[in-house]
Design a protein around this ligand. Structure first.
Ligand code: FES
Length: 88
């Protein structure tokens, strides 16, 4: 399975989070709470493949309320298929 981040493709496996892929590939993405869904710093934009991501959690929704529908928290969002992401 492949995920595209900032225009570059990375191999990954189903079920990993977007943050997992970023950390494994040394991509710079803020994640102050280390994935505990408390800081809201790991926001990314989903360009394609919303249908291939895990459902938005209630915790995640609290951080995304003032943002547009294409935003997700990288630490909470699991990959289930092809997706294209832009880091902030
Ligand atoms: S790393 Fe803190 S909310 Fe994602």
């Amino acid at each position: 399975m492949t995920i595209v981040i900032d225009g570059k493709s990375y191999d990954t496996i189903r079920g990993k989070t977007i943050l997992d892929v970023c950390l494994e590939n040394n991509l710079k993405l803020a994640h102050e709470c280390e994935g505990k869904c408390t800081c809201g710093t790991c926001i990314v934009d989903i360009l394609k493949g919303h249908e291939n991501l895990s459902m938005t959690t209630s915790c995640e929704k609290m951080h995304l309320v003032a943002l547009d529908a294409n935003c997700r928290l990288a630490c909470q969002t699991r990959i289930r298929g092809e997706v294209e992401v832009r880091l902030r």
